[in-house]
Design a protein around this ligand. Structure first.
Ligand code: PMP
Length: 363
């Protein structure tokens, strides 16, 4: 393969489009004729200012959002948003609804409980996180401050394709692992956030998108860095941002546009998912999916092989054959194939060919 690269199925940080890596490499030493690399430039320079604002504009246009949304590019990861969200929007004594569909929602719930009441509107633990709830399974609070949902469960391998109907209650989503993976109506959300390191770019940037009417309700008497208003007022430049990360995200967003936006990505992602899940279904005695079919993620495909010894062998032989990242998360074991936007169809064809051969030798 070009540059001796291998197929990257890591869960995050994850594969980036090769075209983007090539594109950002070219102007490395003398960015925009500024005489230095972007990483060496001031975050107040005209070069950075231009690309920062273009990245924000592209983010909005790809999501179909208007001027009533604020796009922030911050640090601290999605994990900091688990805390910042309730700190800003969940006053003591008030209630927020959380839909618990996996490890990351569980963490978000733990943080929210530090600040206010949490109503777990759906407890996925009871069905071993194999299931994505339908509307009538949700026990929503009438006057909740917000409803929180994790759109894609990176570790368990499930995903929402139809989001909860919540009426006038603000809907907040952690979209860390499936932003731009498929078409969504982003205007349904009061807040969308996530870490960039899966579908968007390198680690170290957190996107936070706030609808203005919701944002106006956020507390403003917290430490500056924990106050959304600080970041909105300063266009994410209150402190020094991850300039290089934001640059790469801008290039990834251009690439997403070239693929036809989220709709274009969805077509490719569905083809990849059909191929891999189709193969698993045809060989379910050997490659056993771990979640309900309707709940299957098109980003993170989780499976078990006949035993742990064979799984370890699969990971080791996979690495030798040029596939990295096939090991399931340490908390669940098994095999996980993370196939984010930047993982091409060819990678799935190749891994399926490997799976066929491996099964023939080990069944
Ligand atoms: N939410 C989801 C769905 C995730 O997959 C992750 C990271 N794997 C996180 C939150 C935590 O993100 P971060 O490491 O950026 O804090």
């Amino acid at each position: 393969m070009k540059y001796d690269r291998i197929w990257n199925f890591n869960a995050g940080p994850a594969a980036l489009p090769l075209e983007v890596l090539e594109r950002v490499h070219e102007p490395w030493f003398n960015f925009m004729k500024g005489g230095m690399a972007l990483m060496e430039m001031s975050h107040r320079s005209k070069e950075f200012d231009g690309l920062h604002n273009a990245t924000i504009a592209r983010f909005k246009s790809l999501l179909g959002l208007g001027d009533n949304y604020h796009v922030l590019l911050l640090q601290g990861g999605a994990s900091l948003q688990f805390a910042m969200l309730p700190m800003g929007f969940l006053p003591a004594g008030k209630t927020a609804d959380y839909i618990n569909t996996g490890t990351w929602s569980t963490k978000a719930i733990k943080e929210a409980k530090l600040f206010g009441n949490v109503n777990v509107a759906f407890e996925g633990k009871d069905s071993e996180f194999k299931h994505i709830p339908t509307q009538n399974e949700l026990k929503l609070t009438k006057d909740a401050e917000y409803v929180h949902v994790t759109s894609n469960n990176t570790i368990k391998g499930t995903e929402f394709f139809k989001f909860p109907e919540v009426g006038d209650v603000p809907l907040v989503v952690d979209m860390s692992s499936d932003i731009f993976a498929h078409e969504i109506d982003a205007t349904k959300f009061a807040m969308i956030y996530g870490g960039a390191q899966k579908n968007l770019g390198p680690a170290g940037v957190t996107f936070v998108i706030l609808r203005d009417d919701f944002y106006q309700k956020a507390r403003t008497d917290l430490p500056a860095m924990l106050t959304y208003k600080t970041h909105v007022d300063k266009n994410s430049l209150y402190n020094t941002p991850n300039t290089f990360g934001i640059y790469v995200i801008g290039e990834v967003l251009k690439w997403v546009e070239e693929q036809g936006g989220a709709a274009g990505m969805e077509k490719i992602n569905r083809a990849k998912a059909d191929l891999l899940y189709g193969f698993m279904d045809d060989n379910a005695d050997f490659y056993r999916g771990t979640v309900e079919k309707e709940a299957r993620s098109i980003m993170n495909v989780c499976m078990r092989l006949p035993n742990e010894e064979i799984e370890a062998k699969f990971v080791a032989e996979g690495l030798k054959a040029g596939f990295i990242g096939l090991k399931g998360h340490r908390s669940v074991g098994g095999i996980r194939v993370s196939m984010y936007n930047a993982v091409p169809f060819q990678a799935i064809e190749d891994v399926v060919a490997f799976m066929k051969k491996f099964m023939a030798n080990n069944a």
